[in-house]
Design a protein around this ligand. Sequence first.
Ligand SMILES: Cc1cc2nc3c(=O)[nH]c(=O)nc-3n(C[C@H](O)[C@H](O)[C@H](O)COP(=O)(O)OP(=O)(O)OC[C@H]3O[C@@H](n4cnc5c(N)ncnc54)[C@H](O)[C@@H]3O)c2cc1C
Length: 451
Amino acid sequence: MASMKDRTVTVIGAGMAGLAAAYDLQRAGWKVTVLEARERVGGRVYSLRRFSDGLVAEAGGEFIEDTHTRMLAFAKEFNLQLGRVGSWQAQDDDWGFFEGRAGRMSDEKIWETNLQAEIEQVWRAVAELGKKVEDPNQPQASKEAERLDRRSTADWLASLDAHPLAMNYFIQHIRSEYTTEPERFSLLDLARNAAMYYSTLERLPNSRIVGGNDLIARSIASALRDVRLGAVVTSVRVMPDDVTVTYKQNDSHLTVRSALAVLAIPLTTARLIEFDPPLPPAHRRMVDEVSYGAVTKVMIEYRERFWDEVGWNGRLATDAPIVYTWHATSHIAHERGILTAYTGGDHAVELSALSDDERIQVAVSTIEKVFPGSSDLIEHTETVAWLNEPYTRASYMALAPGQVTAHWKTLFEPAGRLFFAGEHATAIQGYMEGAVESGQRAAATILANGG
Ligand SMILES: Cc1cc2nc3c(=O)[nH]c(=O)nc-3n(C[C@H](O)[C@H](O)[C@H](O)COP(=O)(O)OP(=O)(O)OC[C@H]3O[C@@H](n4cnc5c(N)ncnc54)[C@H](O)[C@@H]3O)c2cc1C
């Protein structure tokens, strides 16, 4: 580890990971420069405010779970209000739309079976699978790691004797939660997630920040002394004594020199950066090979919360391309409401290839099929396809078969003066909380090594 007499660090990326790292390092007395490609901070935390009456909807990270203590601590520190949201567990007024049939998930007449009980059977099998991972922080060290990692989640699902509708539901769960297809999702990573989250059927409630989750990112950024927006990093030169980061801002190519750098950007955009000298081979492979998923959101503002009248809570699991809907303003009392239609996996790839208007139409028409007349109440719509966002290019990491054993350890390892952070570099992967954890860990490692 380098001598850190010169306590300077360049943090690349002002998402939750980069901001959390920068915040801790600045507080410890380091001179921190944050370079952010977009004209805003927050990255995949992106609160949209173009709806009526100040209503807000989250285009990216939305649900803060009760166990997400780091995000909740930021909310408290910056005096932000939490809006409570129910848990992801089956709720009484959840609806389904499968094989052309629509209605309450609990309605046995519609589904000709106790669908919720059938789905619970699959969850029990997932909980059992989780027992194969002794430590979810070290999945590659599990006794059965190699065998599980070689297998896809699709292969495992096919071996379950599940009801076809429950199977359908769970495949959509994989698409929405992991934003990839079961064929391309490592069974070891599903087992790791099961060990972390699914050991019981009980799920904890969630919150959103009232006024927008990005208020956390903005609050941190406003406490930082040097955040440069519109600064697209193009190359990173790691020398024995320092790191030189080159970025493009407007038409200028500029450089920052510092003792260390934290790379807090998705690996999908790290691929486009020139590293000199080249990254160590394991890091190069990690940056190039690690798989990501795809996700789109369509947010639809309705003049009335028509769902209240029909006893629907806004949560619709579907086998249609939109995959899932929910009520994005459930934590706010208001006449109007916003439904989010969320799509992950290959359907999201397909929807990303459409124009915004076409994508919105797919979501609107699916909801219209289940609730005829709802389209007449639409006031405003928004959509984001994260695959098309040049500084994200994906949803979040979704490890394919073989990739947990190949890359897990490297995801956490610094490469000389370069530290990695981001939702991919944490066991709480795919969450805002995980991004924060990775940033705080990068800062703590730097400080522990002489800062
Ligand atoms: C649709 C969607 C829904 C989600 N839902 C939830 C949820 O409900 N709950 C939850 O906890 N999490 C959720 N997540 C995940 C969560 O949003 C992310 O895990 C987290 O925000 C990632 O933070 P990060 O700092 O790792 O990356 P990012 O937020 O992507 O930050 C990286 C930053 O680096 C910048 N950057 C990229 N390339 C460069 C470059 N070359 N030069 C300079 N800057 C660059 C980007 O502009 C960005 O600001 C969701 C994500 C998506 C996309």
